[in-house]
Design a protein around this ligand. Structure first.
Ligand SMILES: NC(=O)c1ccc[n+]([C@@H]2O[C@H](COP(=O)([O-])OP(=O)(O)OC[C@H]3O[C@@H](n4cnc5c(N)ncnc54)[C@H](OP(=O)(O)O)[C@@H]3O)[C@@H](O)[C@H]2O)c1
Length: 343
């Protein structure tokens, strides 16, 4: 028996900011699961900034999505029929799936959700890829230490909000950077930032840099870099000797809107301050997921970690929600609710 469903494919490649014309919602039919496959009903779908890169033909760390192929995303889903002995109907799993209401996926490429450990959507956020990214950048890349000062950009986002909280729990001085007064207030009240600076209110990098200096008179030891653009330009002059920059993301440049600043002034500071700058992609560190979960899962269970979600309802709403994410309209983890949680 086949399964009728709907999916969203990449209709064309965006030149700059993606628009509705770049996506197409279409019906499709899925076959019964073959050996090693499971047919799932998608419950939650995660939207993440890296998807903008996959819409472009430019070479990157993952291949581009082909035109007319489905977009894909981290999803939580319920197995409705299984061709693999390791999974049965009713099991809830998470993994990479198409933007769709149902999907046929290899059983070995999904993980079973630990029942009752956390709300299901948390496996796409604080306990999932963004959470692991925050933990990795802070610990494995920046080697952040108690007593140091850290700047976290996109400080209320899925990655930044956990990075800020883990940094605060380590005993660091935490300076957040976020867009708008409401997000900045939340960064301080909920995510453990001592101070949060509004990059949208600062007219230029110089102003933001002066604000960072006032907030961190002894300089910055670690920069958790999520955005590039004006914020990066502002932070670099404030870095201390032997400072570390964990380059996690550069969302300001993803749509080619805010061009990279000229390199030379920054480059000389790297030398004079003996900075260590390291880019990382979370999937290279997945072998360390048990260490991440051992630290963060008990904190989540005890209610000691806070997070927010922005939820779009239904597959049809995904393109607009994704465009909003790239413009900072989301507040915390951007999700799409595709189906009901299992009853
Ligand atoms: N390296 C990896 O393996 C890895 C894994 C996951 C995510 N990432 C990266 O980590 C970063 C954060 O991801 P996330 O999932 O936590 O996203 P997110 O924070 O939920 O959403 C992106 C946020 O970026 C901010 N932003 C957008 N345009 C900006 C601009 N021009 N200048 C400054 N800030 C801007 C907005 O917040 P404001 O309103 O506060 O400006 C927006 O809400 C992204 O760059 C993403 O690509 C990397």
């Amino acid at each position: 028996m086949t399964q009728q469903t709907r999916q969203i494919v990449l209709a064309s490649r965006p030149e700059a900011e993606p628009g509705p014309e770049n996506f197409r919602l279409e019906p499709t039919t899925l076959a019964d699961p073959g050996p090693g496959e499971v047919l799932v009903r998608v419950i939650w779908m995660s939207l993440d900034p890296y998807m903008r890169g996959r819409m472009s033909a430019a070479k990157s760390y993952v291949p581009p999505i082909e035109i007319d192929a489905p977009m894909n995303a981290g999803c939580v889903a319920e197995v409705i029929s299984s061709g693999d002995p390791s999974l049965a109907p009713g099991d809830v799993v998470y993994g990479l799936m198409p933007w769709a209401e149902h999907a046929l996926v290899p059983a070995r490429e999904v993980k079973r959700v630990e029942p009752g450990a956390a709300p299901l959507a948390a496996w796409l956020g604080v306990l999932g890829m963004p959470g692991m990214t925050a933990w990795t950048g802070l610990n494995r890349i920046a080697a952040a230490q108690p007593g140091e000062t850290i700047v976290v950009s996109a400080a209320t986002g899925a990655v930044g909000s956990l990075a800020a909280q883990l940094a605060r729990r380590k005993g660091m001085r935490v300076i957040g950077v976020a867009g708008g007064a409401a997000k900045c207030a939340r960064a301080v009240q909920e995510y453990g930032c001592h101070v949060c600076l509004d990059h949208r209110a600062a007219p230029d990098a110089r102003t933001l840099s002066d604000q960072i200096k006032a907030a961190a008179p002894d300089g910055v030891d670690v920069y958790f870099e999520n955005v590039g653009g004006k914020t990066l330009e502002a932070v670099i002059p404030r870095m201390n000797v032997h400072g570390r920059i964990a380059v996690c993301g550069t969302i300001a440049w993803y749509s080619g809107v805010d061009n990279p600043p000229p390199l030379p002034p920054v480059w000389r500071t790297v030398l004079t301050r003996r900075l260590r700058i390291e880019g990382f992609i979370v999937f290279d560190h997945y072998a360390h997921t048990p260490e991440f979960l051992a630290e963060v899962q008990p904190l989540v269970a005890a209610g000691q970690i806070k997070w927010r979600e922005t939820i779009a309802d239904g597959l049809d709403a995904a393109p607009a929600a994704f465009m909003g994410l790239l413009q900072g309209k989301n507040d915390g983890k951007q999700l799409v609710r595709i189906g009901a949680d299992p009853g």
